[in-house]
Design a protein around this ligand. Structure first.
Ligand SMILES: [Zn+2]
Length: 270
């Protein structure tokens, strides 16, 4: 028998994959709940902790939940069953389940979500939309990504097909004409309308993002920037599935899986 694997060890490994220093200032990342000395054998990843996910974590005897979106996210002065967040936290604590969230550090990491999206679109010359620093050690790290279509210009409708295939989705929203020729694409997972101006500065003609508001869509159209809106869930959920796989590869003695019960609260119907 080797040394028992401690929560602390897994946190260190996650930290080296998605350094918490990459997280945005407003974010709340890292180990959010738990005892670093706890032994860990079962880890579940998910996009967001909801009451259903707490049920699943307890039922499947997870000892650690790695959730993309933090819980708690905002500062809390009371932890009681009178709020949904309070009740979830109490149930997790009572069940001895720790919580770690990489969130925006995972978005921006060298092999993080936005890099994975850019590679999924088969872009070339991929670089961050906002480079973290000019130091050579940090080249390739930063917020969002952009790159060029490897095969050369492509109609927006064909780019959409690549996106659907990569994310395994049937529906999404677009802004712009399906025949529009796309050369350079920016990607930013989640709610990411704030990246529109940077995408334009970088000469992109298309921005793929999870979601944004109506007025940003109008502004994009006025600026001749195509948008591909995959839905927040689809733009990030695939990455927590890959994260579970990555964790399994790191630790043969640990059972890791992505939540099987999680689903998009936004339902796409036609
Ligand atoms: Zn998100």
């Amino acid at each position: 028998m080797g040394q028992p694997l401690l929560l602390l060890d897994i946190c260190d490994r996650l930290e080296s994959f998605a350094p918490v220093c990459l997280a945005e200032d407003w974010d709340n990342v890292g180990l959010l709940l738990g005892d670093p000395q706890q032994e860990i054998q079962r880890v579940m990843t998910c996009l967001t902790i909801s009451p259903d996910i707490v049920d699943e974590a307890i039922k499947s005897q997870a000892q650690l939940v790695v959730t993309h979106h933090p819980l708690p996210f905002r500062a809390m002065k009371k932890i009681t069953t009178q709020t949904i967040a309070g009740e979830m936290i109490l149930r997790l604590i009572q069940s001895g389940i720790a919580v770690y969230s990489p969130h925006t550090a995972f978005d921006s990491a060298r092999e993080g979500i936005n890099q994975q999206l850019a590679e999924g679109l088969k872009l070339t010359r991929i670089a961050p939309l906002i480079q973290r620093s000019e130091s050579s050690a940090e080249i390739g790290i930063g917020s969002g990504r952009f790159g060029e279509i490897t095969e050369g210009p492509m109609e927006l409708a064909r780019v959409v097909e690549t996106v659907k295939q990569f994310l395994g989705i049937n529906s999404l929203h677009i802004v712009g004409d399906g025949l529009k020729s796309i050369h350079r694409i920016a990607v930013a997972c989640g709610a990411a309308g704030e990246f529109m101006s940077t995408a334009l500065e970088k000469g992109c003609d298309c921005l793929l993002l999870g979601e944004t508001n109506f007025h940003t869509c109008l502004e994009a159209r006025s600026n001749g920037l195509a948008l591909i809106l995959t839905g927040h869930y689809a733009s990030e959920r695939f990455a927590v599935e890959k994260l579970a796989h990555w964790l399994s590869q790191q630790y043969s003695e640990v059972t890791c899986w992505a939540s099987r019960e999680e689903s998009d609260p936004v339902r796409w119907i036609s």
